[in-house]
Ligand binder design. Structure first.
Ligand code: FHN
Length: 426
């Protein structure tokens, strides 16, 4: 049985933080830039443990303040935070008794996960943990490191029972309530081990959600592929993990930053299909959120402050017969509100239209200002079409996404193309 995902499906926007020893390297090793995403630098550049492990002695993020992260996430409209407790490189940001390769044995010497957990509890933010359950490049029996350890000598179960399970137990015991646990890259892990992992989580914290990357459909919600938005609405609980540039871990030379408008468009696009956007932040070695990320997110936050209502608590709704040329829609079933996200503001006449909405509209206004907008709903008899026209202000109020609220008289009902006689003739 899946756990109750209501808080998660209502949340719509979360933050994932990729932070670890790779952040010190910032994407380069011995003067060479890492191919691909920087948290993979150890594996992609085949850095030996003898050389990578000592990075722990440089880990001292003097400017790190967990509260600052949580406050920023709140200001940006995010409802949950997922932190990498152990990424594939095996280094743990928490105080673990199972391995000495952890933050307590660094010059920093404080449990970062505890700092995040406490800050989230104080600020009323849902705290969640990322844990790489299969790949562990530091453990001789973990998956992934075939340059320090011979594959044929590996005993995965030894790692699984000796490290993975005990550490997951620590995470679910020592840090208060965990909103969700985010596993990753299960590859070909045997199904019975994935089931055991699920049971351990649910035994310790029955309400803690598990993401789909536990494998074998054992999670409580689905993760779409990285940086991907599904083509069609997807009715179950789901999330798209996405980056702001091209790396999850901090990379000092990666300047391919998204525009704030892109993030806003992704947010409404994902919500219109029923999902959450889980957006990445990759702090640097000092514990600072890169300046470009802050700049982008401050803009997104301004939009969220005025328009967040159009996302939170929304869910999938019956598909309209035609794509909207001007943008997309989100729907809050409890409040019977349909939100029109105008991403491409009409240039000649400030009117947008849509075919198929059967439910009558009580009231229409701009979400950001409350300014009423004119609308008409007509039924064209011969073509059997429900037509809606909404007149927008002559001047575009928000070039990125102007949100119009339509308060409906009842539950949303939409015409289907196949209700017509032509469908029967085919
Ligand atoms: O290999 C990881 C990657 O480093 C990052 O953590 C992403 C986040 O979704 N997950 C894996 C690749 O899908």
């Amino acid at each position: 049985m899946r756990s109750n995902t209501k808080w998660f499906t209502d949340a719509k926007f979360g933050m994932i933080i990729h932070w670890g020893l790779y952040s010190i390297l910032a994407g380069s090793w011995k003067g060479k830039e890492a191919p691909r995403t920087c948290e993979w630098i150890m594996r992609n550049m085949r850095i030996s443990l003898d050389e990578y492990r000592p990075l722990a002695q440089q880990f001292c993020p003097t400017q790190f303040d967990a509260r600052e992260y949580v406050r920023k996430a709140k200001k940006w409209g995010m409802k949950y935070i997922v932190v990498t407790t152990k990424h594939h490189d095996g280094f743990c940001l928490f105080d673990t008794k199972v391995s000495d390769y952890n933050v307590m044995n660094t010059p920093y010497g404080k449990d970062i996960i505890k700092e995040f957990a406490d800050a989230c509890a104080e600020e009323g933010m849902v705290f969640c943990v990322y844990y790489s359950q299969m790949q562990d490049w530091e453990d001789p029996n973990g998956d992934g490191n075939d340059w320090d350890f011979d594959k044929k000598d590996k005993d995965f179960r030894k790692y699984f029972y000796g490290k993975c399970i005990p550490q997951v137990k620590e995470l679910l015991t020592n840090y208060g309530k965990i909103g969700l646990i985010w596993f990753d890259t299960p590859y070909d892990m045997p199904v019975e081990l994935c089931r055991e992992l699920r049971d351990v989580v649910k035994e310790l914290q029955p309400e803690c959600l598990i993401n789909g990357r536990i494998g074998y459909n054992l999670g409580d919600f689905r993760n779409m592929a990285d940086n991907c938005i599904p083509h069609d609405p997807y009715a179950g609980a789901w999330e798209s993990p996405m980056t702001l540039n091209t790396s999850w871990g901090y990379c000092e030379y990666d300047n391919h930053w998204a525009e704030p408008s892109e993030v806003i468009t992704r947010l409404s696009g994902i919500a219109s299909k029923g999902g959450n956007l889980l957006l990445n932040i990759g702090p640097d070695a000092d514990g600072v959120i890169p300046e470009p990320s802050v700049k982008i997110m401050d803009e997104v936050g301004k939009w969220m402050e005025k328009n967040g209502e159009s996302l939170y608590g929304t869910s999938t709704f019956p598909t309209f017969p035609y794509d909207a040329s001007w943008g997309n829609m989100t729907y809050n079933a409890e409040e019977k509100k349909l939100y029109l996200h105008v991403l491409r503001y009409p240039v000649i006449t400030p009117k947008i239209s849509s075919i198929g909405l059967k439910t009558r509209i009580k009231k229409a206004y701009l979400l950001a200002t409350g300014e009423p907008v004119k609308f008409s709903q007509t039924y064209e008899q011969a073509r059997e079409e429900e037509r809606l026209a909404v007149t927008l202000p002559a001047e575009c109020p928000d070039p990125v996404d102007t949100v119009v609220v339509l308060e409906l008289e009842g539950d949303i009902q939409v015409q289907k193309l196949n209700e017509g006689c032509y469908a029967e003739n085919n």
